[in-house]
Design a protein around this ligand. Structure first.
Ligand SMILES: *[C@@H]1O[C@H](CO)[C@@H](O)[C@H](O)[C@H]1NC(C)=O
Length: 127
């Protein structure tokens, strides 16, 4: 049996401003074999208000699609095209999160983004 090496390129961005990803870091590039699981880490230093994390992917020749939205202490919210069995996420705290793409196939090769955003409900800021 021959395996194909897959490259998952990952980028971290800020949801509120796609040009400023300076405070967000993510696994830069992953080389994996078909059948393996790929875990992508994302963390940021934007502070505790940025506890919302989005994961996106862009396949070659396609637009960017949202996979899932996560917040610490709540259930991940998956987009209809994406299943939890294939894309599992962790969100242990406000500053970090992971996405694991399971049982890789050639079609999973692409660009993966994590984005963090500030909670937008100003009533809960309690200033
Ligand atoms: C991938 O993850 C699944 C479920 O978490 C696990 O059962 C499987 O053994 C993992 N595969 C590899 C190659 O590690």
């Amino acid at each position: 049996q021959s395996y194909m090496r897959l490259c998952l390129v990952t980028l971290a961005v800020l949801h509120t401003d796609l040009t400023d990803g300076s405070d967000v870091t993510q696994t830069p590039k992953l080389w994996k074999n078909e059948g393996e699981n790929a875990t992508i880490d994302c963390s940021h230093t934007k502070g505790p208000l940025y506890f919302q994390m989005y994961w996106y992917r862009q396949l070659p020749g396609e637009g960017m699609k949202q996979i899932v939205f996560t917040m610490s202490n709540s259930k991940p919210d998956y987009q209809p095209d994406f299943k939890e069995e294939k894309f599992s996420v962790t969100k242990p705290d406000a500053a970090s999160g992971t996405l694991t793409v399971k049982d890789l196939v050639a079609e999973d090769k692409g660009l993966y983004f994590c984005a963090v955003s500030e909670h937008s409900d100003t009533d809960s800021l309690n200033r």
